[in-house]
Unconditional design. Structure first.
Length: 101
């Protein structure tokens, strides 16, 4: 595990790993709800949007992705970087995110 982010309601935890997977954990029993696949390199950052179960992920594969943790689905793929993406921080409403590479 390289990164993690709890949801603001305390229900979920998202982790990103060197094995290219994102895992969604339930904090009530500590169980893994689902493993998400999409990134092709290590995941360096994950970050929930406040008061939602939507989150962003950033990877060494030069992409940022936007996910729905309730539906276990990728919503958006952003390919705007020319180098590994190290961090991503969503705005308070989730209408945009800032990422760095």
């Amino acid at each position: 595990v390289l990164c993690l982010s709890p949801s603001s309601d305390g229900e979920l935890l998202v982790t990103g790993s060197a094995d290219k997977t994102i895992k969604i954990w339930g904090l009530d029993f500590g169980d893994c709800h689902r493993s998400l696949h999409g990134h092709t390199e290590s995941i360096m950052a994950v970050s929930f949007v406040k008061e939602t179960h939507y989150f962003f992920s950033a990877s060494k594969d030069k992409t940022v992705r936007y996910w729905d943790a309730d539906k276990f689905e990728q919503i958006l793929l952003l390919r705007a970087h020319h180098a590994e993406v190290w961090s991503v921080v969503p705005s308070r409403t989730g209408s945009f995110a800032v990422s760095i590479s």
